[in-house]
Design a protein around this ligand. Structure first.
Ligand code: DNO
Length: 357
């Protein structure tokens, strides 16, 4: 396990590289140029200073999350070829600076979705990301976007990049004729084009699950169950076509047995990285994000870490979303304190699992 921490860059993150470096066991970051639009090339002279800054802090920059996929690629329209060739150039550029894994997702329009970004947890006064399908009520996609950006506290939210949402109405309209089968076919076209370049450059593509783990607003979504990921993995046999298993996204759907999913794809050699966090179910399609501790949520973190240790011990890991605790103000889900506690807890589980054989 290589323990990493998501970092949004010194202009955009409330957390510093020095703070990250001081978390026990931290080896590197999962990096992001948060101003890049889907479809744009990440230029070498943009990547270089970012990576140099991370290295200067004594950390590695072997994982990038995310290089977002342009909607034209997901929709399968002719303009996709330009975006795919830009994506390929980005892969080559990142590889030139030592990047080994690129995390992305194939969710139409929306990345992750919550109905509250700071729901207070009554027991201890902390707050965390929260979802209740009932709260969507009559809220349509446009309203949820407006609410999320209002509630973001002025921080850019990964997956909610303004340009992605600027043409929301038009994009939603264009998706009306795209089925889950079309999405899978378009995915194959995309991944088949990338794989030869990845193999040559030594880069692995890691697909992140849909979050929450079911279709929303009638949009097709294909990456939220073991069976769905089996179909995705079958699109291309190369180990360069891999997964980023996010335990919290998968566990939002109670039908998903997360440790079993980790074992299934770990054994196939198709887990490149993991996001680890816990969720607490409060009803049907109703949950909040909890601390990482097994006892605080519904996921058995020991079982997750054991599955990882047994089947994919060399994965990159990051403690995913934390609660806001100790009066920290920051990007929802991405403060320092609770994620640092999560890392320490996961390190402890890792040590115990590996000594107790
Ligand atoms: C949310 C993140 C996601 C993730 C992307 C990967 O906090 O886990 O935005 O980075 O889905 O492409």
């Amino acid at each position: 396990m290589k323990m990493t921490f998501r970092w949004f860059g010194s202009k955009s993150d409330t957390v510093t590289l020095k703070q990250i470096r001081q978390i026990p066991g931290m080896t590197g970051i999962m990096g992001f140029l948060d101003y890049k639009k889907a479809g744009e090339v990440w230029e070498r002279d943009e990547i270089k200073p970012y990576v140099a800054e991370v290295h200067a802090a004594g950390l590695e920059c072997e994982v990038i999350e995310s290089v977002n996929v342009h909607e034209d690629i997901k929709m399968g329209v002719p303009a996709r070829d330009v975006h795919i060739s830009n994506y390929i150039e980005t892969i080559r550029n990142l590889a030139g600076f030592g990047v080994k894994v690129i995390v992305y997702n194939f969710m139409p329009v929306f990345d992750w979705l919550r109905t509250d970004l700071a729901r207070v947890i009554e027991e201890d006064g902390s707050n965390s990301l929260y979802f209740d399908e009932k709260d969507l009520g009559t809220m349509g996609p446009l309203e949820i976007v407006a609410k999320t950006s209002r509630d973001s506290g002025g921080f850019s939210l990964p997956g909610w990049e303004p340009e992605r949402l600027a043409e929301l109405e038009k994009t939603l309209e264009r998706y009306k004729t795209v089925t889950a089968e079309d999405l899978l076919r378009n995915y194959k076209y995309f991944i088949d084009a990338l794989v030869p370049v990845c193999e040559e450059a030594g880069v692995v593509m890691a697909c992140h699950p849909d979050d929450p783990a079911w279709p929303i607003f009638g949009l097709p979504r294909i990456a939220h169950t073991l069976e769905g990921f089996d179909k995705i993995i079958a699109l291309n046999d190369s180990p360069a076509h891999s997964l980023c298993l996010c335990t919290g996204s998968l566990a939002s759907n109670r039908d998903n047995d997360v440790p079993a999913i980790v074992r299934h794809f770990g054994r196939k050699g198709r887990v490149a990285c993991m996001h680890i966090r816990n969720v607490k179910h409060l009803g049907h399609r109703h949950f909040r994000e909890s601390s990482h501790l097994s006892a605080d949520g519904d996921l058995d973190m020991y079982a997750v870490v054991k599955a990882m240790s047994d089947t994919c011990p060399n994965v990159y890991v990051r403690p995913d979303h934390g609660r806001m605790i100790w009066d920290e103000a920051g990007r929802p889900g991405y403060g320092l304190y609770d994620r640092a506690l999560g890392a320490a807890y996961l390190n402890g589980l890792w040590e115990a699992v590996n000594k107790c054989v």
